[in-house]
Design a protein around this ligand. Structure first.
Ligand code: FES
Ligand SMILES: [Fe+2]
Length: 444
């Protein structure tokens, strides 16, 4: 493989790779605040790998679309007449005018507000005003189509990629798919998002946020301590572990929070204490979609939080006290970097599609109560993220390092799944795994 040193050099002569000390497990603060590095991330990550954009249930009907971003490029995610899903630049092929100017909608064609060029929901040029008179059949529908990205769907989530050479989404998920199936692909009817996403901007670099979601167990007892103190959340007891998978993906596993296992095996246990956002009457369907090992993990080492690198994460709690009822929390998070120190987040509440309306209402309420801009958990986290970023404003702070020294050897003993398992609560393995992938993309 050819490796261009030129392309890893920053304009002041610093080699990007030197901003990571693999041996000393540290990263330069510059990675979180530098405009040139942010621009490289746009090219080498957000324009080159699979980016999660939307859930299929957001565009259920023909003509539905939502507007999202891949890096800084605005894109339309649409459902065409033949039910196919498309992701294309939200920018007219004529002179680049923004086509869709609202967050979401439904349309038969996408008409440019500037000169009126019209496109199908698959991005192909459908027509222009006075077309015959002006162009006399010479206007190529394909040549003047909207620029389209590759699209793949996993667990109902729509991913897109500008890079024609990139491996498939499946290959990119690799072993991590085994874990994500437990959360996203486990019932006959699949899942849906329960409302349009909450959107908010955090004054922090996107990596600081993703590394937290990716499995930072270490902050729960400090940052979120007050939630346990006032009785809003049970103490996490027993055995935790994290899974690091290829390509920077990760997952944190906790014991079930509030009960001892019931007899009869994992499936019976899950019927008594269902996974987040899944009503007990659907639990039997788990065996239609997951194997015994996956069901064991779901029952005994509950997936609690994790991330699909680079820009998708989730947190689930079951059960969670919501007012006077117990409900469960299932938030999926998409991250859209805006600048080195600002990130837009979309926060979704998710449940099994075949759950009752009343059950979905409880999940939506509990998820919004815990996460999102007004969530009792997230309010704590927001302060951490923006507090770290504030400290990066100065020259000296940008020169100091972020350290990830909690190192343990992987220990997969007794573990039925793939990946590297790190036992216990305190580990920086998952975060370091994420940055390994980050540097692979950024310096290759
Ligand atoms: S820019 Fe869209 S029609 Fe001219
Ligand atoms: Fe947190």
């Amino acid at each position: 493989m050819t490796h261009s040193i030129q392309t890893t050099m920053l304009s002041d002569g610093t080699d990007l790779a030197a901003l990571r000390d693999e041996e000393g497990r540290s990263l330069s603060g510059r990675l979180f605040s530098d405009a040139e590095i942010f621009e490289l991330e746009q090219q080498r990550i957000f324009a080159s790998t699979w980016i999660a954009l939307a859930h299929e249930s957001e565009i259920r009907r023909t003509g539905d679309y939502v507007v999202r971003r891949m890096g800084l490029d605005p894109v339309i995610v649409s459902r065409n007449q033949d039910d196919s899903v498309h992701v294309m630049l939200n920018s007219c092929a004529h002179r680049g005018m923004q086509l869709c100017r609202v967050d979401h909608g439904n349309a038969h064609t996408l008409v440019c507000p500037y000169h009126g060029w019209a496109y199908g929901l698959d991005g192909v040029l459908a027509g222009t005003p006075h077309e015959e008179e002006i162009y006399r059949g010479r206007l190529s529908r394909e040549r003047y189509a909207l620029k389209k990205a590759r699209v793949e769907i996993f667990g109902g989530w729509i991913f897109a990629n500008w890079n024609p050479e990139a491996p498939s989404l499946d290959a990119t998920l690799g072993d991590h798919r085994w874990y994500m199936e437990m959360l996203l692909c486990r019932s006959d009817g699949g899942q849906e998002v329960l409302a349009p996403p909450q959107r908010f901007v955090v004054n922090a670099n996107w990596k600081l946020i993703v590394e937290n979601f990716s499995s930072d167990h270490g902050h729960i007892g400090t940052t979120h301590r007050s939630l346990v103190d006032v009785g809003l959340f049970p103490e996490v007891r027993g055995h935790s572990s994290t899974t690091s998978n290829h390509n920077g993906h990760s997952m944190l596993h906790n014991p079930q929070l509030d009960h001892e296992p019931v007899s009869g095996g994992p499936l019976e246990d899950l019927k008594a204490h269902p996974p987040a956002a899944m009503p007990s009457e659907l639990v039997d369907q788990l065996k239609n979609h997951l194997n015994e090992e996956q069901i064991w993990v779901l029952a005994n080492r509950y997936p609690t939080t994790g991330a699909i690198f680079p820009s998708m994460a989730w947190v689930v709690f079951a059960p969670f006290p919501a007012g006077d009822q117990l409900s469960s929390v299932f938030t999926v998070r998409l991250f859209f970097p805006i600048s080195p120190d600002r990130t837009e987040m979309l926060s979704f509440a998710v449940a099994e599609r075949d759950a009752s309306d009343e059950f979905k209402r409880l999940v939506l309420r509990a998820t919004t109560f815990a996460f999102g801009p007004s969530g009792v958990f997230e309010a704590d986290d927001l302060e951490n993220w923006s507090g770290m970023q504030r400290s990066l404003g100065g020259v000296i702070n940008r020169r100091r390092t972020h350290v990830y020294p909690a190192v343990r050897e992987p220990d997969n003993s007794g573990w039925p799944g793939p990946g590297e398992i790190h036992q216990g609560t305190w580990s920086d393995a998952v975060q370091w795994n994420m940055y390994r992938k980050y540097f692979e993309l950024m310096t290759d």
